[in-house]
Ligand binder design. Structure first.
Ligand code: PMP
Length: 393
């Protein structure tokens, strides 16, 4: 059996339409099949490879750590240099009150930890989240998700969850003195890149303050430079009480975090109530890769380039069947009439050598989230192939 047949017969299938391309190597913005076919990666493994595939600085940090140790002990017992250096570098990118980092392995786990923390700190049980939000696939993170079709089969989920409409001012009064936390994606990703306005976030922050509710911002997709700021909340002049991140954080390695201030995080320390435990969270190799990723974003001035690169995509992707482009930096959605129109375009584009995708809750829009290191020439090449794919349908 070849690898494609093994994939179909032995790997659990999770989607109706797997992209089904085989990749043997990846470097920068390109991925290569076993036959040498070259693909320009416009989705970065869904917002993961923000600094490109196998960035040399990330590889060097991984190698250096490989020569020292792999796993030593569950999280939070031994002093491990990659974890403490990462925690310091992360908090340096953040407002001073977000000074305490809990490292985990993934986005869903970061959300789980944040929800538990909010319940413990406030001693309240109600969580408010948004319609069309995606926060992960574990039971807790799915419970605060905002897509009923995805949740239906798994009910009963966590009790005490109420949904509001992302961006809707008139729903903010649903946040009350009984609400432990509001969890919200700063930019809604899987809903197809929806961006609420600055005034909304400021009103949300105010309402949370009035009611003693913790504001959890999910920047698992929008963080690490994707929108042109290191953190997307910087666009809106607000600060979360708890921030969750993952994906782009590891430069291609699995790692995530929930971040709060020492006082909030301190409730996890109170014995005999169990706080939060993870065996692999903040794995030293991933932590070393993550620290290097932060340094690359900063030293290569990647943030400064995001806006003009996004503008170039928008300038070039013009065609009568493109209905519009929604974006915040290089988190982009190109809208078509329907999935029926979009799917053959994505397939043809892959044949030509450029990889795009659609969104979990928005299948009429093409996902574009390239590595931030993509060059102008590569953007031109990508857009040319997408337009050819459109013409060929
Ligand atoms: N939150 C958001 C906004 C996400 O985009 C994702 C992943 N798509 C998650 C949470 C879950 O992250 P993970 O897949 O690493 O569990």
């Amino acid at each position: 059996m070849n690898n494609r047949q093994l994939f179909l017969s032995h790997l659990a299938q999770t989607t109706d339409f797997p992209l089904l391309i085989e990749i043997e190597k990846a470097e920068g913005v390109y991925m290569y099949g076993p036959d040498g076919k070259k693909y320009l990666d416009l989705i970065s493994g869904i917002g993961v490879s923000n600094v490109g595939h196998r960035h040399p600085k990330v590889l060097a940090a991984i190698q250096e750590q490989l020569d020292k140790y792999l796993h030593l002990m569950v999280y939070g017992e031994y002093v491990q240099s990659p974890q403490v250096k990462l925690a310091k570098a992360l908090t340096d990118t953040l407002p001073s009150q977000l000074d305490n980092v809990y490292l985990v392995n993934s986005g869903s786990e970061a959300v789980e930890g944040a929800l538990k923390l909010a319940k413990r700190y406030t001693n309240r049980r109600e969580i408010i989240s948004c319609i069309n939000a995606y926060h992960g696939s574990s039971h807790g993170s799915l419970s605060v998700g905002g897509n009923e079709i995805f949740k239906r089969a798994y009910r009963p989920l966590l009790p005490g969850i109420r949904n509001i409409v992302y961006g809707a001012f008139h729903h903010l009064d649903k946040i009350t003195n009984d609400t432990a936390a509001v969890i919200i994606e700063t930019i809604q990703g899987e809903a197809g890149i929806r961006v609420a306005c600055k005034e909304y976030f400021q009103a949300l922050r105010k309402r949370c303050n009035e009611t003693g509710t913790l504001l959890i911002l999910d920047e698992i997709q929008a963080g690490f430079g994707r929108t042109g700021k290191f953190w997307a909340f910087e666009h809106f002049d607000i600060e979360p009480d708890i921030l969750v991140c993952a994906k782009g954080m590891g430069g291609g390695m699995p790692i995530g975090a929930f971040i709060a201030n020492k006082e909030v995080m301190g409730v996890f320390k109170n014995n005999p109530l169990l706080g939060h435990i993870t065996t692999f969270g903040g794995h030293p190799v991933s932590a070393a890769a993550s620290l290097a990723t932060i340094q690359v974003i900063q030293k290569e001035n990647l943030l400064d380039q995001v806006e003009e690169k996004a503008a170039l995509f928008k300038k070039l992707l013009v065609h009568p069947i493109i209905k519009g482009i929604r974006n915040k930096g290089l988190m982009m959605a190109v809208e078509f009439e329907s999935f029926g129109v979009l799917k053959p375009i994505i397939d043809r584009a892959i044949n030509k050598g450029v990889i795009t995708d659609w969104f979990l809750f928005c299948d009429d829009s093409m996902r574009i989230a390239p590595p931030l290191i993509i060059s102008h020439t590569e953007i031109e090449e990508a857009c040319r192939m997408i337009l050819e794919a459109i013409e060929g349908v």
